[in-house]
Design a protein around this ligand. Structure first.
Ligand code: NGQ
Ligand code: ZN
Length: 452
């Protein structure tokens, strides 16, 4: 049993001080607010439940910055995707693990303590499955083990190149499975995470572009009570192609043809009409917003204000990992809405409510639901995952309570992060991952080879 005392902590009921935590096997067994420090290890600073990162492709960390040069005409999401496909064509299993570990290390340093990895790079560069079909899922699990990241592994089903059952392209050959090989992959992914202390596996149809209605139904049936994540309505072209194929918009089609409920996480859901906004909110699904990536890729702006007024639930993800910051995602979400509505503090619900606190708590709730693990709160029977801010940081030192969260989200960002605990153990100290040097050296070596 590990016995800690936190100077300040955001508990489900609000701020508390001198909070004793009894931790057993990585889980919080008891919380004692206003307790004595005797027999307890002090954790100085401001403890927040670690934010779940509900969407990432860790390998894309290695191409961050490689698609920022203007091409011959009309750079877009689709030209970025060409660069991305060329990059992933070069990755070996060792590279996948090295880049994933580096990205996960930065996530921990950036305030995320759990990750849903939307993992679609399955096969060798020629498109043939590895001897173990779940080889690369194993590499993601290994990176989680090495860094201490809490993992929800989402092996992705990808079978088609576009709506209407279009054949996949050459660039997609590392992703492709049929329903039968996908079932083996999911089985392999479950084995791959079995060695981690606490992990989950979910089902992930890549997008409506990558499945047929039949295969979608078959793989969703494999989910049980576990998470189901899908990319949807990120680009206008996807909406147009879906309309041409089915006469319906992507989210409308999904809500009509799939059992969308609280297990589901709809990644991006950028382009929505008012009925789709209400439909997602009413389904209980989580909107998986990736505001920094969505800005980088030129996707468009989510209907944040209407969605929250309809009672919708959201969480955030670092997706392409162009920049990794839990606070930064929340800030970008609010700023996107300020630009859209030409107003301020638009995502806080009522007068007097802190925007930082409101965003943080909502993303905790939505992210936790999307990851399908007992995380997201400093409370009994939850994993002991928390981020501790430096109370002496110049942006935090003179304020308290919700102002700490406003300063963290809008001003200081990751520079305020001091210590990060996962399963009751510090994995980040003084803002640096405890194994940073080795993880960084391995990443540098992999990147030198990949980009040679
Ligand atoms: C992905 N990423 O799977 O990595 C996608 C791009 C696609 C984002 N949507 C590829 N951000 O959607 O076809
Ligand atoms: Zn994605």
């Amino acid at each position: 049993m590990r016995r800690l005392i936190l100077d300040h902590a955001l508990l489900p009921g609000g701020w508390a001080h001198n909070v004793g935590l009894d931790i057993e096997g990585g889980t919080i067994a008891a919380v004692h607010p206003e307790t004595s420090a005797e027999g307890r290890e002090r954790v100085a600073g401001i403890a927040l439940p670690g934010l779940p990162n509900l969407h990432s492709h860790t390998f894309q960390r290695g191409m961050a910055g490689l698609a920022e040069t203007r091409g011959p005409e009309g750079d877009s999401f689709w030209t970025w995707r060409q660069v991305m496909y060329r990059f992933l064509g070069k990755l070996t299993p060792d590279d996948v693990e090295a880049v994933a570990a580096f990205a996960m290390m930065e996530m921990l340093e950036g305030g995320f303590t759990a990750l849903a990895e939307f993992h679609y790079l399955h096969h060798d560069a020629d498109g043939r499955p590895y001897a173990d079909i779940a080889e690369l899922s194993g590499r993601i699990a290994a990176a989680a083990h090495k860094t201490g990241m809490g993992l929800t592994l989402l092996p992705v089903f990808y079978a088609q190149g576009g709506f209407g059952g279009a054949a996949p392209t050459e660039g997609q050959r590392r992703f492709i499975n049929d329903v039968e090989s996908y079932a083996r992959l999911v089985e392999g992914a479950r084995k791959a995470v079995a060695g981690l202390d606490d992990a989950a596996v979910g089902i992930a149809p890549h997008s409506l572009r990558a499945v047929t209605p039949e295969s979608l139904g078959e793989i969703v049936a494999m989910a049980g009570e576990g998470p189901v994540h899908i990319h949807i309505a990120e680009q206008v072209k996807e909406v147009e192609d879906c309309l041409a194929w089915s006469g319906q918009r992507p989210v409308a089609w999904l809500l009509d043809h799939a059992p969308v409920d609280r297990r589901w996480c709809l990644i991006h859901a950028t382009h929505l009409d008012p009925q789709e906004v209400r439909g997602i909110a009413a389904s209980g699904a989580v909107a998986g917003l990736c505001p920094i990536t969505e800005a980088n890729l030129g996707d468009g702006i989510f209907e944040g204000v209407d969605y929250l007024s309809a009672g919708g639930c959201f969480g955030v993800g670092s997706d392409s990992n162009i920049e990794i910051s839990a606070a930064g995602e929340l800030k970008q979400f609010e700023y996107s809405q300020r630009l859209k509505h030409r107003a301020r503090n638009v995502l806080a619900e009522r007068e007097g409510q802190s925007t930082g606190r409101s965003l943080y708590e909502k993303a905790l709730t939505g992210g936790t639901q999307a990851l399908g693990r007992r995380i997201g709160a400093i409370a009994e029977w939850h994993r002991a995952d928390f981020v501790v801010l430096d109370a002496d940081h110049p942006d935090l030192a003179a304020v308290s309570g919700d102002r700490w969260l406003d300063a963290y989200v809008f001003v200081a960002g990751r520079s305020a992060i001091d210590t990060v605990f996962v399963a009751g153990k510090p994995v980040v100290r003084s803002g640096r991952h405890v194994d940073r040097d080795a993880i960084r050296a391995r990443y540098a070596q992999a990147m030198t080879r990949i980009l040679a």
